[in-house]
Design a protein. Structure first.
Length: 172
């Protein structure tokens, strides 16, 4: 009887060690894959929204942000969630005017800062900045920046820009 206790105890300890190693390795693989995926895309929405607060000058939790590709270019629509929040609405409108000017100069440093990467399409949008027409449409609770072009390569670049932005901001 006395010989069986150490053998059973040893077997139990061995099983615990093997299961622990298995689960640690399995969890490590999941963590490594998840981390690699996040590093590859450079996407962390919480951090992106914090950088957006700084770059845009208003609280991202108070707005909806939509990027829409269109047949002639695209639209950036920013709306206050509260139609009575005049301060946020004015900040949105100032931001739209600011990025209209910056983008027309080929300056895409804000999207780069917000997303911590070169945003798809901005290289062509910078090179062909004079072929983009910008207009602003103010709406009750915000503003829309409209980008239009007749250039096929630029149209593709603008749509890449809008689609990337839309996938990152997710309408927040």
């Amino acid at each position: 009887m006395n010989k069986k206790i150490p053998i059973v105890a040893g077997a139990v300890i061995l099983i615990i060690i093997v299961l622990t190693i298995y689960f640690v390795q399995t969890r490590s693989k999941i963590t490594i894959n998840e981390t690699a995926s996040n590093v590859t895309t450079g996407f962390n929405q919480t951090a992106m929204l914090e950088r957006s607060n700084v770059a845009m000058g208003f609280n991202q939790s108070k707005i909806q942000h939509h990027f829409m590709a269109a047949q002639t270019g695209g639209q950036i629509m920013i709306l206050s969630l509260n139609i009575s929040d005049i301060e946020t609405i004015n900040e949105i409108r100032a931001h739209i005017q600011n990025i209209q000017y910056e983008f027309s100069q080929g300056n895409f440093t804000k999207p780069f800062y917000i997303h911590v990467q070169v945003v798809p399409g901005t290289d062509v949008m910078t090179a062909k900045k004079n072929l983009i027409q910008y207009s602003i449409k103010n709406v009750d609770n915000g503003s829309i920046l409209i980008l239009t072009t007749n250039n096929a390569e630029l149209l593709d670049a603008i749509q890449q820009f809008m689609n990337f932005q839309s996938s990152q901001h997710m309408g927040h």
